[in-house]
Design a protein. Structure first.
Length: 506
């Protein structure tokens, strides 16, 4: 058998796996909890209520070997150009201190510049700053937004608004709460060419001018891997915080793109975030496949995608502070692994990334959980909860939150028979994973996000795809530019009519 045939054979075996009955798995294997619950960096990953068994695990471990997981993992940390379609290394872990020595040094130097600028801002070098208006989109907004929303609620150092949408309503809303004289504008764009971000940045400059700021560019910081473009746009070199081209947009919150979080949390908080991520890096980098948490999670993702043909996976944060996690994960997972070809350009075998969706508990219970319990789709669910309460109210709040979270996982698995009244019956046997964090701190959030990054990469390795390009976003951008330049002519009748009705002659 060639290597290729061996991989195809393993996938065939995975697809033909029998689905065990979840209710029986604990009786069948009294050591299931030991085998299927893993702990790393203060986070408990409970995979016990999934259908993964010793048999399927063994097959995935063979697949891991067949696809050279360990070689590919080492290549990423060694700074090799594993993003083959763009000829680039993948070095977000270097931002946390794990990777090629030279890249780690470059990341440290760029963090040192960021720290110096933050100190200067705090010392009043840019005048009195009360508000931070961060404009960026995709990876240049989702990560910072998650960090600020999760960790800086009480820090109270600055009011931070992160604006991504090109819809002016978003920017106007941010303007309402801010005084332009005391606003620092952070323009975050890896390429510094993204249309939405540049339009928002230009409108923010105009708002500052109209608000009486004589030199608005004096209150601008650029976060980018294209410093020359930021300079061309008007930012002074001393306020351009660069980062390496090898840090992908959706993996960039650790770089200077995390500037608003570093400002809002304070430098110590930002460093603690990096340390938490580095702990997960070291685990992913060195743990053997059997004990590797992100890899185990990827096995489960692949099991549901291939063996049970699940098209979606749902993530519910049972913690208000993590309400932005599902949208952050949507970009991370879907932009990374939503591909149809492998890294070598040949068609991918079977379905790739599941569609990631989700929300916040307990809200989602009263909105979408009906389908999870009784619908015809099987949706692997991921619950994320935090043991320590984030609020200081009556402990009944946090208790109710956790009780509900755990009850949902149990209900999905157990189900309930009701032969007399089928509308009230629950099939059960529905899978879930519970991620339980001791306390939501910069360290634990850093470790959690790094876990998701490595899980995404591990999924990519198993599917043999390049998780680090995103050419699928380009065609729509090109067509939008062409419409802006040449109008509706040449498009299909439906598109032409829409443009004509809503935009007239553009
Ligand atoms: O269009 C997709 C994308 O390229 C993402 O990958 C990226 O995070 C986002 O746009 C923003 O890009 P930039 O940081 O270059 O503005």
């Amino acid at each position: 058998m060639t290597d290729r045939e061996a991989i195809a054979d393993l996938w065939n075996q995975i697809e033909r796996l029998e689905t065990p009955e979840l209710r029986g798995v604990f009786d069948a294997d009294p050591s299931r909890l030991d085998k299927m619950v893993m702990s790393e960096a203060g986070i408990r990953f409970d995979f016990a209520k999934t259908h993964l068994t010793d048999t399927s695990l063994a097959l995935f471990l063979r697949l891991t070997e067949a696809v050279d997981f360990e070689v590919k993992r080492a290549a990423m940390f060694a700074g090799e150009a594993i993003n083959v379609t763009e000829g680039r290394a993948v070095e977000h872990s270097a931002e946390r201190g794990e990777g090629k020595a030279q890249s780690v040094d470059i990341a440290r130097a760029s963090h040192a510049r960021m720290r110096t600028l933050i100190d200067a801002i705090e010392a009043g070098a840019l005048g009195e700053i009360r508000h931070v208006l961060h404009v960026g989109i995709g990876g240049s907004a989702l990560g910072p937004d998650l960090l600020v929303d999760a960790l800086a609620r009480e820090a109270g150092r600055y009011d931070v608004a992160i604006v991504s949408n090109v819809d002016g309503v978003a920017l106007e809303e941010a303007f309402k709460g801010f005084d332009p004289r005391y606003t620092l504008l952070a323009v975050a764009s890896k390429t510094f060419t993204t249309t939405e971000t540049m339009l928002n940045a230009n409108s923010a400059i105009q708002w500052m001018r109209e608000g009486g700021v004589e030199d608005p560019f004096g209150q601008v910081v650029a976060l980018t891997a294209a410093p020359e473009k930021a300079m061309e746009w008007g930012v002074d070199e001393t306020r351009i915080l660069g980062f390496a081209e090898s840090v992908g947009g959706r993996y960039s919150l650790w770089s200077t793109i995390g500037f608003p979080a570093a400002l809002a949390l304070g430098w110590d908080g930002f460093e603690r975030l990096l340390e938490g991520a580095a702990a997960m890096d070291r685990h992913f980098r060195h743990a053997n496949p059997m004990e590797n948490v992100p890899l185990r999670a990827a096995f489960i993702d692949q099991y549901y995608a291939r063996a049970l043909r699940c098209q979606t996976r749902a993530v519910f944060a049972y913690d208000e502070r993590l309400r932005l996690l599902p949208s952050y994960l949507q970009q991370l997972e879907m932009e990374s692994n939503g591909k149809s070809v492998k890294a070598d350009g040949t068609p991918v075998y079977g379905p790739t990334a599941a569609i990631t969706w989700g929300g916040v508990g307990t809200d989602a219970q009263h909105a979408v959980f009906q389908l999870l319990h009784q619908g015809t789709h099987i949706v692997p669910v991921e619950f994320i909860a935090v043991t320590e309460a984030g609020d200081a109210l009556d402990p009944a709040h946090h208790e109710a939150l956790l009780v509900n979270c755990f009850a949902q996982g149990a209900a999905l698995m157990q189900g309930r028979e009701n032969a007399a009244d089928p509308a009230r019956a629950y099939a059960g046997n529905r899978p879930s994973t519970t991620i339980l964090i001791e306390d939501l701190t910069p360290e634990s959030l850093g470790a959690l996000i790094a876990f998701y990054e490595h899980r995404t990469f591990a999924n990519g390795i198993l599917m043999e795809i390049n998780s680090f390009d995103q050419f699928g976003v380009e065609l729509g951008k090109e067509i939008a530019k062409s419409i802006e330049k040449n109008g509706a002519k040449g498009f299909d009748p439906s598109t032409m009519a829409l443009i004509d009705i809503a935009l007239g002659d553009i």
